[in-house]
Write a protein that binds this ligand. Sequence first.
Ligand code: GAF
Length: 392
Amino acid sequence: MSAEGAPAGTTVADRATAGFRQRYGAEPAGRWAAPGRVNLIGEHTDYNDGFVLPFALPLRTVVAAAPAPDGRWTVWSELDDEPVEFGAAEAGEPGRVDGWAAYVAGVVWALRADGHDVPGARLAVASDVPVGSGLSSSAAIESAVLAALVDLGGLDLPAGRWPRLAQRAENDYVGAPTGIMDQSAVIRGRAGHALFLDCRTEEIEQIPFDLDGAGLAVLVIDSRAPHRHADGEYAARRKSCERAAATLGVTALRDVDVAGLDAALNRLDDETRRRVRHVVTENQRVLDTVALLRAGRVRDTGPLLTASHASMRDDFEITVPEIDTAVEAALAAGAYGARMTGGGFGGCVLALVDAEAADTVAAAVTEAYAERGFTAPGTLTVLPAGGVTRLD
Ligand code: GAF
């Protein structure tokens, strides 16, 4: 849906501005944009203090905003006709604002909990990041709102601290027990690079990910699979990992490496064994992928991506038939590697392909879907883009 008053064909930033003008009858003081993300590799490793390698997408969420002298927050989104308004009381208590606006109230909550004097504001949100596709539309809105409020209030908050605050908004206000990957990718992503993040230390390294130079592309396939019990299953996986770490006497599964895996597995029940094996081997796959990218061997990362998928399918058990079909069809059509990206139970698949073969691979996946009677997938080729930024 796009904002009334924004002619068809206008950009997401235009839509945010048009929405702001129409809703508030004034000009915004500025516009802030934050991207969605895909994760190249390293799934369900972030909340285990492990390694991830996501990158920011060219699809963005834009927030047009201006200070509100009454000290309250009003937010309008093109996803919803009615704006949501709240004050310090609602922002002070998790759960008082729900639905999509909870991500906005959560950011206000997290900033205030961190001791900042958050300015009241009017905000208008437009987004090209599809909601519910596993491309982190939630981290995008959190990060764009965070950037807007930091700038409007002149808050003293270095960008290095933003991911943790945005994560707190999601964990403690919205109530989703996610890790720090998505917010980090969306805030710290850099064009042409994948973000190698150590989720324990929050150290980052920008890893050149030169798809163009290698004649390659990342094809993102939106599985269009309905998210089946995603929230409950995500929380269950997280709990299972935390229980395993406690049984093994380590702070987090990050502290088990491939060399110590067999000894660790011997101490666990069948199901937990599979969960732990995924996390430990996935951390190693991230390190191996980083090593290959550092050596400029982009194409050679393909088998690691595919191995990551097998591990998510067989050991972590978070894939669904549409997702597995997309991966198999992409590989059969010549992709160098393919895997589900994101939390699982739906969402997107990414495939590493020759740039000139992207359309053929997309068509093969669409055909495999049709044969199985699935709703047609969405497909898009992407290059790594930059993180959150002020537009003007
Ligand atoms: C979701 C979460 F938000 C991330 O923190 C991460 O755990 C991911 O699932 C799985 O890798 O995107």
